[in-house]
Write a protein that binds this ligand. Structure first.
Ligand SMILES: C[S@@+](CC[C@H](N)C(=O)[O-])C[C@H]1O[C@@H](n2cnc3c(N)ncnc32)[C@H](O)[C@@H]1O
Length: 270
């Protein structure tokens, strides 16, 4: 495991994902009934973007750095939450901050050092449990949850060349155990081929009701670059798309280069 998220925390792809977590969590919270957030690839939860590691790539400057220069109104709530949390918050910190008394967060992280840091960072937060374990395997263990409602956030490092295949198999297996769950997958767009194959594999499965939100900073002609990223959402919560669109468009406005685009598209019907 070579990947460490500190080198990438706060880059444009992280910001898009984190900003979209707010309408996702709000969508889940339209109902009073409790739910579980299962963060399968949680990272360390809080990132010092001024640290030596983060500054080594400087990716945050082209991401959250640009947002903070002139915060777009559609991201005001996200920026305010970040301000109240201190260091740049990762997905488990955002989920933990928005949990209601009745909700729970289970955050899984496989890297032993990062799992220990995450545990320290979230220590004492009510309703939160950190597990050092494989996030794909954890979906089998924690789903279906006793609450019968869950938001499952799957954010792998895409270090392995077969990550899309492993992801697709694990996702379909988890959906089969818990077809009413809300599953959210972050994926990179270097070029269209791997993403198309991922979508095709889901179309051949029994999974229904799937949308994708994509931000392309530039046309994906150079496969050596992270040209964009997407969030695939199975069973999107009611009202999510309407709230997500301005957030996505604001990200395009800040991060887009000539030829950029942002879309919400339906991948599989209900
Ligand atoms: C992209 S980062 C996660 C960032 C985090 N979700 C956020 O938004 O703040 C991916 C994380 O997954 C961890 N990881 C890699 N393989 C894993 C696995 N099979 N199960 C759980 N965690 C894994 C890595 O150590 C890394 O911290």
């Amino acid at each position: 495991m070579n990947y460490r998220h500190i080198y990438h925390a706060g880059n444009f792809a992280d910001v898009m994902k984190h900003a979209l977590m707010l309408p996702l969590l709000r969508g889940m919270q339209r109902k009073d009934k409790p739910f579980l957030v299962l963060d399968t690839h949680a990272g360390i939860g809080r990132y010092d973007v001024r640290s030596e590691q983060a500054e080594k790539t400087g990716e945050w400057r082209d991401g959250i750095g640009r947002i903070l220069e002139t915060p777009p109104p559609a991201l005001a709530e996200y920026v305010a939450l970040m301000g109240s949390l201190g260091l740049y918050p990762g997905s488990p910190a955002i989920a933990a901050a928005l949990l209601r008394q009745q909700d729970r967060l289970v955050a899984c992280e496989l890297h032993p050092e990062d799992a220990a840091t995450l545990r320290r960072n979230l220590r004492g937060t009510p309703g939160v449990a950190v597990h050092e374990r494989d996030g794909y395997e954890a979906m089998g263990a924690f789903l279906p949850p006793p609450e019968k409602r869950a938001l499952v956030l799957i954010d792998p490092p895409f270090e392995r060349t077969d990550e899309f295949e492993v992801l697709s198999k694990s996702l379909v297996a988890a959906w089969q155990k818990f077809p009413s769950g809300v599953f959210v997958v972050w994926y990179p767009i270097k070029h269209r081929g791997p993403v198309r194959n991922f979508f095709e594999s889901l179309k051949l499965s029994p999974v229904r009701d799937v949308i994708a939100l994509e931000l392309l900073r530039r046309p994906d002609t150079d496969p050596g670059r992270l040209n964009g990223c997407g969030l695939l959402v199975i069973n999107p919560p009611y009202g999510f798309e309407a709230e997500a669109l301005p957030v996505l468009q604001a990200c395009e406005k800040v991060f887009g280069e000539p030829g950029s685009s942002s879309v919400i598209e339906r991948v599989i019907n209900e």
